[in-house]
Ligand binder design. Structure first.
Ligand code: ZN
Ligand code: ZN
Length: 355
């Protein structure tokens, strides 16, 4: 039972003058209770903590969610209704970004006298700062993904398809103990590298290609995320130049990270360098994002972010340049914010690797 996280919810109830908080996001349910099933709901009141699941998960929920009352439902809306009534809840907070409209409509019909209070994803905010145990799990997810990539390097050669390589990387992750890939591995060679999220295709690798490989493993529910861009054969001058611009933007952003800085400021450091070198229009996405139980979570590090860097946050730094018809370069690392700076959690060297 994680008292710190529960206290946070208790404080939220008091602050928002709520009798209960209904949590429907699976990641947030897992974060609070430890339950890893694929469906359910969590109701926290000042006095009770109830995990509602269907019959597939009753046994598992009792084993995983220590300290929670596990209640089995046949229909979720009915299960929630019963729990809300027995908990004497009048004002019920819910996650406005997660509850489906169907469930919302169902609950308002079943509970006409109860006030449903939409809350932003407040638990996501809490999740942005990782505790030492979470960091340990993240390190393991990173180590697995890195070993998987290194063991697949020999397959990254002309003639093999993007898909063949990506599948081998993902298979290696599982073999090394991952639950699976954190997301569908992005492996985009040559012109396809200009697609920031180019899924691995049947197209084959060619000598002279830059290959963008964005990969991560999921371990104990936690995800890793990093990108290496490699070159098949000797890089041409423009490939070297674009790579070094992205690398410099990446390095400068990482050196700028420290508690108290705004996310916008960190993004600007990288973006400014790319703009000064004349490639501004080809860097369209934000600089980075938090990683944890979700591959993309708080905080967002972008030109339109609000908020500030805090110790314990884990996020990516991933500038890129993508030019349609030419290709792309992205370099991505995960960092952990510490007092006075940050530690790079990912270990693979980010100098241009020539295969
Ligand atoms: Zn990535
Ligand atoms: Zn990322």
């Amino acid at each position: 039972l994680n008292q710190r996280r529960l206290k946070w919810v208790g404080d939220l109830l008091s602050r928002e003058d709520l009798d209960g908080f209904l949590i429907s996001s699976l990641e947030n349910i897992r974060y609070l209770s430890g339950f890893t099933g694929s469906d359910g709901a969590l109701l926290v009141t000042h006095r009770q903590k109830t995990l509602l699941v269907d019959s597939r998960y009753t046994t598992q929920a009792r084993a995983e969610a220590k300290g929670y009352d596990v209640v089995q439902y046949i229909k979720k809306a009915q299960g929630i209704t019963d729990a809300v009534i027995s908990g004497h809840v009048k004002r019920l907070g819910f996650e406005s970004q997660h509850m489906t409209h169907a469930l919302y409509a169902d609950l308002t019909t079943r509970l006409p006298r109860i006030q449903l209070v939409p809350l932003d994803d407040t638990i996501r905010t809490m999740r942005a700062r990782k505790d030492p145990k979470e960091i340990g799990v993240l390190r393991r997810a990173i180590a697995i993904a890195e070993e998987a990539l290194l063991s697949s390097l020999e397959l990254i050669r002309p003639g093999n398809s993007e898909k063949e390589v990506a599948q081998e990387i993902e298979f290696a992750m599982r073999r090394l103990g991952a639950e699976g890939a954190a997301f569908e591995t992005i492996l985009a060679a040559g012109h396809r590298g200009a697609l920031p999220h180019g899924k691995a295709s049947e197209s084959t690798l060619k000598t002279g290609d830059l290959v963008v490989i964005d990969f991560g493993a999921c371990y104990n529910g936690y995800n890793s995320d990093q990108t290496c861009t490699v070159c098949l054969g000797d890089p041409k001058p423009k490939q070297r130049r674009v790579y070094s611009i992205v690398k410099e933007a990446h390095d400068r952003a990482i050196s700028a990270i420290r508690p108290g800085k705004s996310f916008q400021e960190i993004d600007r450091v990288a973006r400014q360098h790319i703009e000064e070198q004349g490639y501004g229009p080809w860097f369209g996405h934000g600089l980075g994002h938090g990683v944890g139980l979700a591959v993309h979570e708080e905080p967002r590090i972008s030109f339109d972010s609000s908020g500030f860097v805090e110790t314990g946050m884990v996020f990516t730094v991933e500038p890129g340049i993508y030019m349609p018809g030419w290709g792309g370069v992205r370099i991505e690392d995960m960092v952990l914010v510490r007092k006075g700076g940050c530690e790079i959690l990912t270990n693979l060297d980010k100098e241009l690797r020539v295969l």
